[in-house]
Design a protein around this ligand. Structure first.
Ligand SMILES: [Cu+2]
Length: 353
Protein backbone atom coordinates (compact mmCIF):
# COMPACT_ATOMS: atom_id res chain seq x y z
CA UNK A 1 0.00 0.00 0.00
CA UNK A 2 1.35 3.41 -0.93
CA UNK A 3 -0.58 6.10 0.86
CA UNK A 4 -0.01 9.78 0.33
CA UNK A 5 -1.50 12.41 2.57
CA UNK A 6 0.23 15.41 1.19
CA UNK A 7 -2.27 18.14 2.00
CA UNK A 8 -1.13 18.56 5.57
CA UNK A 9 2.50 18.56 4.59
CA UNK A 10 2.61 22.00 3.03
CA UNK A 11 4.90 24.46 4.62
CA UNK A 12 4.09 28.13 4.51
CA UNK A 13 7.35 28.82 2.67
CA UNK A 14 6.68 26.16 0.07
CA UNK A 15 6.24 27.81 -3.33
CA UNK A 16 4.05 24.92 -4.35
CA UNK A 17 1.48 25.71 -1.67
CA UNK A 18 -1.86 26.99 -2.86
CA UNK A 19 -4.19 24.08 -3.38
CA UNK A 20 -2.78 22.53 -6.53
CA UNK A 21 -1.94 18.81 -6.47
CA UNK A 22 1.62 18.33 -5.21
CA UNK A 23 4.07 18.69 -8.03
CA UNK A 24 5.98 15.51 -7.22
CA UNK A 25 2.93 13.45 -8.09
CA UNK A 26 3.17 14.66 -11.67
CA UNK A 27 6.87 15.12 -12.21
CA UNK A 28 10.07 14.88 -10.28
CA UNK A 29 12.03 18.15 -10.12
CA UNK A 30 15.77 17.86 -10.78
CA UNK A 31 16.37 19.15 -7.24
CA UNK A 32 14.64 16.08 -5.83
CA UNK A 33 16.77 13.79 -7.96
CA UNK A 34 19.92 15.45 -6.72
CA UNK A 35 18.63 15.33 -3.14
CA UNK A 36 18.08 11.59 -3.53
CA UNK A 37 21.60 11.13 -4.91
CA UNK A 38 23.06 13.14 -2.05
CA UNK A 39 21.08 11.00 0.38
CA UNK A 40 22.63 7.86 -1.08
CA UNK A 41 26.10 9.30 -0.65
CA UNK A 42 25.83 10.66 2.86
CA UNK A 43 23.73 8.04 4.65
CA UNK A 44 25.58 7.40 7.91
CA UNK A 45 27.14 3.98 8.30
CA UNK A 46 25.11 3.26 11.40
CA UNK A 47 21.92 3.70 9.41
CA UNK A 48 23.19 1.70 6.45
CA UNK A 49 23.84 -1.14 8.86
CA UNK A 50 20.24 -0.93 9.98
CA UNK A 51 19.09 -2.17 6.62
CA UNK A 52 16.33 -0.79 4.47
CA UNK A 53 12.64 -1.40 4.11
CA UNK A 54 13.12 -3.88 1.25
CA UNK A 55 9.98 -5.77 0.47
CA UNK A 56 7.70 -3.60 2.55
CA UNK A 57 5.50 -0.94 0.98
CA UNK A 58 6.26 2.49 2.28
CA UNK A 59 3.45 4.81 3.29
CA UNK A 60 4.89 8.29 2.83
CA UNK A 61 3.08 11.12 4.58
CA UNK A 62 4.57 14.34 3.22
CA UNK A 63 6.43 15.89 0.32
CA UNK A 64 10.22 16.00 0.20
CA UNK A 65 11.44 19.16 1.89
CA UNK A 66 14.59 21.11 1.17
CA UNK A 67 17.58 21.18 3.49
CA UNK A 68 19.01 24.51 4.57
CA UNK A 69 21.91 25.91 2.59
CA UNK A 70 24.75 23.43 2.99
CA UNK A 71 22.42 20.85 4.53
CA UNK A 72 21.97 17.31 3.31
CA UNK A 73 19.13 14.83 2.91
CA UNK A 74 19.92 11.94 5.24
CA UNK A 75 18.15 8.59 5.14
CA UNK A 76 17.36 7.13 8.54
CA UNK A 77 15.56 3.81 8.88
CA UNK A 78 14.54 2.30 12.19
CA UNK A 79 13.07 -1.17 12.50
CA UNK A 80 10.99 -2.22 15.48
CA UNK A 81 11.12 -5.79 16.80
CA UNK A 82 11.49 -7.67 20.09
CA UNK A 83 14.77 -9.29 21.17
CA UNK A 84 16.08 -11.28 24.09
CA UNK A 85 18.20 -8.64 25.83
CA UNK A 86 20.84 -8.98 28.60
CA UNK A 87 19.66 -6.68 31.40
CA UNK A 88 22.02 -7.67 34.22
CA UNK A 89 24.79 -10.19 34.89
CA UNK A 90 23.90 -12.38 31.93
CA UNK A 91 20.23 -12.36 32.88
CA UNK A 92 18.05 -11.72 29.83
CA UNK A 93 14.47 -10.74 29.20
CA UNK A 94 12.40 -9.86 26.17
CA UNK A 95 12.69 -6.18 25.32
CA UNK A 96 10.96 -4.29 22.52
CA UNK A 97 13.53 -2.44 20.48
CA UNK A 98 14.52 -0.22 17.65
CA UNK A 99 17.01 -2.17 15.51
CA UNK A 100 17.48 -4.92 18.07
CA UNK A 101 19.22 -2.88 20.74
CA UNK A 102 18.52 -0.92 23.93
CA UNK A 103 18.89 2.02 23.50
CA UNK A 104 18.14 2.13 19.78
CA UNK A 105 20.86 3.37 17.44
CA UNK A 106 22.14 6.92 17.72
CA UNK A 107 20.83 9.02 14.85
CA UNK A 108 23.31 11.80 14.15
CA UNK A 109 22.70 14.66 11.76
CA UNK A 110 23.71 18.29 11.44
CA UNK A 111 21.56 21.35 11.97
CA UNK A 112 19.91 22.22 8.64
CA UNK A 113 19.81 18.63 7.38
CA UNK A 114 16.59 17.06 6.24
CA UNK A 115 15.92 13.54 7.44
CA UNK A 116 13.95 11.15 5.28
CA UNK A 117 12.82 8.96 8.14
CA UNK A 118 11.35 5.48 7.75
CA UNK A 119 9.97 3.24 10.47
CA UNK A 120 9.60 -0.41 9.50
CA UNK A 121 7.60 -2.48 11.96
CA UNK A 122 8.98 -6.01 11.93
CA UNK A 123 7.19 -6.99 15.13
CA UNK A 124 4.74 -9.71 14.05
CA UNK A 125 2.35 -8.97 16.89
CA UNK A 126 2.20 -5.31 17.90
CA UNK A 127 1.92 -1.88 16.34
CA UNK A 128 4.76 0.55 17.06
CA UNK A 129 5.57 4.13 16.20
CA UNK A 130 8.39 6.65 16.38
CA UNK A 131 8.06 9.95 18.22
CA UNK A 132 11.11 12.08 17.47
CA UNK A 133 11.55 14.99 19.84
CA UNK A 134 13.91 16.61 17.33
CA UNK A 135 11.16 16.85 14.71
CA UNK A 136 8.44 19.46 14.38
CA UNK A 137 5.71 17.54 12.62
CA UNK A 138 2.09 16.52 13.25
CA UNK A 139 1.84 13.85 15.91
CA UNK A 140 -1.34 12.33 14.50
CA UNK A 141 0.17 12.01 11.03
CA UNK A 142 3.83 11.07 11.47
CA UNK A 143 4.03 9.57 14.96
CA UNK A 144 1.04 7.35 14.36
CA UNK A 145 0.96 3.59 14.88
CA UNK A 146 2.50 1.40 12.20
CA UNK A 147 0.84 -2.05 12.10
CA UNK A 148 2.94 -5.23 12.00
CA UNK A 149 4.63 -5.68 8.63
CA UNK A 150 4.00 -2.07 7.56
CA UNK A 151 6.13 1.02 7.32
CA UNK A 152 5.79 4.78 7.44
CA UNK A 153 8.02 7.47 5.94
CA UNK A 154 8.14 11.21 6.48
CA UNK A 155 10.54 14.10 6.08
CA UNK A 156 11.62 16.41 8.88
CA UNK A 157 14.21 19.12 9.22
CA UNK A 158 16.80 19.28 12.00
CA UNK A 159 16.19 22.86 13.09
CA UNK A 160 17.82 23.09 16.52
CA UNK A 161 21.11 21.63 17.63
CA UNK A 162 20.79 19.35 20.60
CA UNK A 163 20.50 15.90 22.10
CA UNK A 164 16.98 14.59 21.69
CA UNK A 165 15.03 11.55 22.73
CA UNK A 166 13.11 9.41 20.32
CA UNK A 167 10.73 6.72 21.44
CA UNK A 168 7.79 4.58 20.53
CA UNK A 169 4.60 6.48 21.25
CA UNK A 170 2.11 3.64 20.85
CA UNK A 171 -0.42 3.25 23.66
CA UNK A 172 0.18 2.59 26.43
CA UNK A 173 3.30 4.68 25.89
CA UNK A 174 4.73 3.77 29.30
CA UNK A 175 4.75 0.11 28.25
CA UNK A 176 6.61 0.73 24.99
CA UNK A 177 9.21 3.01 26.58
CA UNK A 178 9.43 0.81 29.66
CA UNK A 179 10.21 -2.17 27.42
CA UNK A 180 13.13 -0.47 25.70
CA UNK A 181 11.79 1.51 22.76
CA UNK A 182 13.85 4.68 22.93
CA UNK A 183 17.01 6.21 21.56
CA UNK A 184 18.89 9.43 20.87
CA UNK A 185 19.07 11.91 18.03
CA UNK A 186 22.12 14.17 18.05
CA UNK A 187 21.79 17.30 15.96
CA UNK A 188 25.27 18.81 15.68
CA UNK A 189 25.35 22.60 15.58
CA UNK A 190 25.92 23.94 12.07
CA UNK A 191 29.06 25.72 13.24
CA UNK A 192 30.43 22.38 14.51
CA UNK A 193 32.01 21.45 17.82
CA UNK A 194 35.50 21.06 19.20
CA UNK A 195 36.88 17.55 18.76
CA UNK A 196 36.27 15.50 21.90
CA UNK A 197 35.96 12.01 23.28
CA UNK A 198 32.23 11.50 23.08
CA UNK A 199 29.81 9.11 24.73
CA UNK A 200 26.03 8.78 24.71
CA UNK A 201 24.46 7.78 28.01
CA UNK A 202 20.76 7.01 28.25
CA UNK A 203 19.40 6.52 31.74
CA UNK A 204 16.26 4.40 31.91
CA UNK A 205 14.45 1.93 34.09
CA UNK A 206 14.15 -1.78 33.45
CA UNK A 207 10.97 -3.42 34.69
CA UNK A 208 9.95 -7.03 35.26
CA UNK A 209 9.34 -7.89 31.61
CA UNK A 210 7.11 -6.91 28.71
CA UNK A 211 3.94 -7.49 30.70
CA UNK A 212 4.96 -5.55 33.80
CA UNK A 213 2.60 -2.63 33.22
CA UNK A 214 1.74 -2.69 36.92
CA UNK A 215 5.38 -2.17 37.89
CA UNK A 216 5.77 0.65 35.38
CA UNK A 217 2.67 2.46 36.61
CA UNK A 218 3.74 1.95 40.23
CA UNK A 219 7.29 3.14 39.41
CA UNK A 220 8.93 0.03 40.87
CA UNK A 221 11.74 -0.82 38.43
CA UNK A 222 13.77 -3.98 38.77
CA UNK A 223 16.88 -2.08 37.66
CA UNK A 224 17.90 1.37 36.56
CA UNK A 225 20.55 1.50 33.87
CA UNK A 226 22.76 3.52 31.61
CA UNK A 227 22.50 2.07 28.09
CA UNK A 228 20.43 -1.06 28.50
CA UNK A 229 22.13 -3.00 31.28
CA UNK A 230 22.50 -2.57 35.04
CA UNK A 231 26.00 -1.26 35.93
CA UNK A 232 27.00 -1.59 32.27
CA UNK A 233 30.12 0.54 32.63
CA UNK A 234 31.15 -0.64 36.09
CA UNK A 235 32.75 -3.85 34.88
CA UNK A 236 33.79 -2.34 31.53
CA UNK A 237 34.55 1.32 32.29
CA UNK A 238 34.36 4.15 29.84
CA UNK A 239 37.91 5.20 29.08
CA UNK A 240 39.52 8.59 28.60
CA UNK A 241 42.91 10.28 28.86
CA UNK A 242 43.90 12.97 31.37
CA UNK A 243 43.16 16.51 30.20
CA UNK A 244 41.27 15.66 27.03
CA UNK A 245 37.86 17.12 26.34
CA UNK A 246 35.12 14.64 27.20
CA UNK A 247 31.61 15.26 25.90
CA UNK A 248 28.68 13.29 27.29
CA UNK A 249 25.34 13.29 25.50
CA UNK A 250 22.92 12.36 28.27
CA UNK A 251 19.25 11.55 27.73
CA UNK A 252 16.80 10.32 30.32
CA UNK A 253 14.33 7.93 28.72
CA UNK A 254 12.49 7.17 31.97
CA UNK A 255 9.72 6.35 31.56
CA UNK A 256 9.41 7.66 35.14
CA UNK A 257 12.66 8.66 36.87
CA UNK A 258 14.77 11.75 36.32
CA UNK A 259 18.56 11.58 36.30
CA UNK A 260 20.46 13.76 38.77
CA UNK A 261 23.48 13.41 36.54
CA UNK A 262 26.83 13.64 38.28
CA UNK A 263 30.41 12.41 37.89
CA UNK A 264 32.15 11.79 41.21
CA UNK A 265 35.52 13.49 41.68
CA UNK A 266 35.13 16.16 39.04
CA UNK A 267 33.11 19.18 37.88
CA UNK A 268 31.36 19.79 34.59
CA UNK A 269 33.08 22.72 32.89
CA UNK A 270 30.01 23.23 30.74
CA UNK A 271 26.47 21.91 30.62
CA UNK A 272 24.47 22.71 27.51
CA UNK A 273 20.80 22.51 28.39
CA UNK A 274 19.10 20.36 25.75
CA UNK A 275 22.49 20.14 24.02
CA UNK A 276 22.26 23.61 22.51
CA UNK A 277 25.50 25.61 22.88
CA UNK A 278 23.43 28.77 23.34
CA UNK A 279 22.07 27.34 26.62
CA UNK A 280 25.38 26.94 28.42
CA UNK A 281 25.93 26.73 32.17
CA UNK A 282 29.44 26.73 33.66
CA UNK A 283 31.00 24.97 36.63
CA UNK A 284 28.20 22.52 37.47
CA UNK A 285 28.26 19.64 40.00
CA UNK A 286 24.92 17.95 39.22
CA UNK A 287 22.34 18.70 36.58
CA UNK A 288 18.90 17.14 36.29
CA UNK A 289 17.85 15.49 33.08
CA UNK A 290 14.10 14.85 33.14
CA UNK A 291 12.31 11.98 31.42
CA UNK A 292 12.09 12.99 27.78
CA UNK A 293 14.97 15.44 28.10
CA UNK A 294 18.67 15.58 27.34
CA UNK A 295 21.74 17.71 27.93
CA UNK A 296 25.36 17.80 26.86
CA UNK A 297 27.99 17.67 29.59
CA UNK A 298 31.60 18.68 28.93
CA UNK A 299 34.49 18.05 31.26
CA UNK A 300 38.25 17.60 31.40
CA UNK A 301 39.76 15.39 34.06
CA UNK A 302 43.37 16.31 34.82
CA UNK A 303 44.41 13.32 36.92
CA UNK A 304 44.44 9.60 36.28
CA UNK A 305 41.92 7.66 38.32
CA UNK A 306 38.44 6.17 38.45
CA UNK A 307 35.51 8.56 38.41
CA UNK A 308 32.02 7.10 39.03
CA UNK A 309 29.23 8.25 36.69
CA UNK A 310 25.95 8.21 38.58
CA UNK A 311 22.55 9.62 39.13
CA UNK A 312 22.88 11.28 42.51
CA UNK A 313 19.46 9.85 43.38
CA UNK A 314 21.23 6.96 45.07
CA UNK A 315 18.32 4.56 45.14
CA UNK A 316 18.59 4.56 41.34
CA UNK A 317 22.41 4.46 41.31
CA UNK A 318 22.23 1.46 43.63
CA UNK A 319 19.67 -0.11 41.28
CA UNK A 320 22.21 0.07 38.45
CA UNK A 321 22.49 3.62 37.07
CA UNK A 322 26.20 3.54 37.75
CA UNK A 323 29.30 3.43 35.63
CA UNK A 324 33.00 4.22 35.89
CA UNK A 325 34.93 6.69 33.81
CA UNK A 326 38.49 5.44 33.91
CA UNK A 327 41.13 8.06 33.12
CA UNK A 328 44.51 6.70 32.12
CA UNK A 329 47.40 8.04 30.07
CA UNK A 330 47.46 4.79 28.10
CA UNK A 331 43.73 4.72 27.31
CA UNK A 332 43.01 3.96 23.64
CA UNK A 333 42.68 6.99 21.40
CA UNK A 334 39.19 8.43 21.05
CA UNK A 335 37.37 6.88 18.10
CA UNK A 336 35.08 8.79 15.76
CA UNK A 337 33.24 5.57 14.86
CA UNK A 338 29.49 5.70 15.61
CA UNK A 339 29.80 2.44 17.56
CA UNK A 340 32.17 4.12 20.03
CA UNK A 341 29.40 6.40 21.27
CA UNK A 342 27.67 3.62 23.22
CA UNK A 343 30.32 1.03 24.07
CA UNK A 344 29.00 -2.49 24.54
CA UNK A 345 25.58 -1.84 23.02
CA UNK A 346 25.17 -4.17 20.05
CA UNK A 347 22.22 -5.13 17.90
CA UNK A 348 20.68 -8.56 18.50
CA UNK A 349 18.51 -10.71 16.21
CA UNK A 350 14.74 -10.82 16.64
CA UNK A 351 13.38 -12.94 19.46
CA UNK A 352 11.87 -16.18 18.17
CA UNK A 353 9.34 -16.91 20.91
CU1 LIG B 1 6.23 0.29 20.49
Amino acid sequence: MFRMRTGQARRSDDPRAGGRPPAWRRWVPPAVVSMALVALLVTPAVMRAAGGPTGIDIARTNDPIQPDRGGRVVDVTLESYPVEWPVADGQTQVMWTFNGQVPGPVVRVRQGDVVRFTLVNRDPRLPHSADLHAARTPWDRDFRDVPPGKSLQFYWKAEYPGVWMYHCGTQPVILHIGNGMFGVVIVDPKEGRLPAREFVLVQHEIYGGPNDLTGMLADTPKYVAFNGERNRYAASPLQARPGELIRLYVVDAGPNRSSAFHVVGTIFDRVEVNGNPRNTLYGIQTYTVPPGGGSVFELRIPEEGRYPVVTHAFNDATAGALGILEVRKDAPAASPAPDALMPGVASRPPSTD
